[in-house]
Design a protein around this ligand. Sequence first.
Ligand SMILES: [Zn+2]
Length: 358
Amino acid sequence: MPVCSIVPPYLLRRLARLQDPPMLDAAGAARHALDHLERIHAQRRGLRGSVTPPLTRTTLTRTISDAEHGETLPGTTVRAEGQDPVADRAVDEAYDGLGHTADFYAQAYGRRSLDGDDLPLDATVHFGQQYDNAFWNGERMVFGDGDGDVFVSFTSALTVIAHELTHGVTQYSANLVYQGQSGALNESVSDVFGVLAEQWVRGQDAASADWLVGAGIFGPSIHGTALRSLAAPGTAFDDPALGKDPQPAHMDGYVETTEDSGGVHLNSGIPNHAFYLVATALGGNAWERAGRIWYDTLTSDRLPASADFARFAQETLDVAAERYGADGAEVRAVTDAWAGVGVTPAKTARAAEGTALE
Ligand SMILES: [Zn+2]
């Protein structure tokens, strides 16, 4: 299980190289976040193969802890399930964000927490000094406070929280290998359900939603609206410090790279945009038909962990046909969407053996 962080390593690497005096703090914070990411990757590699036995639980159980700017997890418990808000925005935003995400999965898809079995939701806030990231470590959500210049908050965006928690849903369902195309699909479904959770909470339909992941996490000096855009991948930011959003929206722009686990945060733009095309073609609430097709594809055991884009596309078509009929608007929308991003659906299965997991 890799550590899935909201800020991709290539962005942190770029920030870490900044030399301008106003950005020196941010550069230091980015270097630290990178070092930390590498350390926890190494720790997780050591833990691989350990399995936590499933427990029987019945309700939503949230626990928010405060790392008090240290890097020891979990930190001190500051708000448990059912307790009143505390005078700390990060704590309350994390508490609410976990709750909204769990409610979204329960009410839209009948899923009981991330594992389908009421897994308690734990989070730690105020992790590290000016820590420039938020991540799901396989067991809990961890939020830094950001450096204050480039990144100002990670708890304020429900899309960030729901993105990270969806890595938990994926971990307990298709378990898509976090490398290459299956890794980009892992990232993409986190973006898809990240934006759907927010649309569901806001009551926004496909036409009125902004389709942005991480709106509000950048400081006011950054030229950018969010980390990623499903409506227009490659346009979320264009900034002297961050560079330009590098996501492709079509297979023509597919990025071959060994960085970022084979471009998992880059090529996710392609299936992201396919989902957007399905949702906007169908209209109405995106979490209903479009989201249901993606959810069933992810969770119904039909998708191999090593699935590539073509295989994922084929499964979404099969799901759409089974649920809504082969001649329905849904199959047409899904067919057109994959064609629109240059993916040809096929029952391919690339062997996972021999590929790196992180
Ligand atoms: Zn992610």
